[in-house]
Design a protein around this ligand. Structure first.
Ligand SMILES: [Zn+2]
Length: 117
């Protein structure tokens, strides 16, 4: 591959360009840093929370998306009383987000910090 800044050919596995020092793949760097960042949230934990506890918004509370978490929690708690369908909708919503987290479609928390593996 070629460095996007200086255009010199560099190793395909390279993380930074050895000629100009620019980060070749910012996403990769972010991911690598997340795995050493003590504050980074766990992708596996977030994904499993979504799949099993998504109806209560636990995965979104965990990732800091409090408004979305509260919406899911209210949908389950209030939706149960009034419609019965609320918890089902919230469960499916959480399940989909859990899968998105595990597959990397959702890959950061509310502060923009990448999730660690
Ligand atoms: Zn370069």
């Amino acid at each position: 591959m070629y460095c996007r800044k200086c255009g010199k050919q560099i190793d395909d596995e390279a993380v930074i360009c050895i000629y100009c020092g620019v980060a070749v793949n910012p996403d990769f760097n972010k991911k690598t840093m997340a795995n050493t960042d003590p504050l980074a949230k766990s992708k596996l934990a977030a994904g499993l929370f979504g799949i099993f506890l998504g109806a209560f918004g636990i995965h979104n509370f965990y990732l800091g998306f409090t408004n979305k978490a509260l919406a899911q929690l209210l949908l389950t708690v209030v939706g149960w009383i009034f419609f019965g369908l609320g918890p089902i909708v919230a469960s499916i919503w959480g399940l989909i987000e859990g899968i998105m987290i595990l597959t990397g479609s959702i890959n950061q928390d509310s502060t923009g910090r990448a999730l660690k593996d």
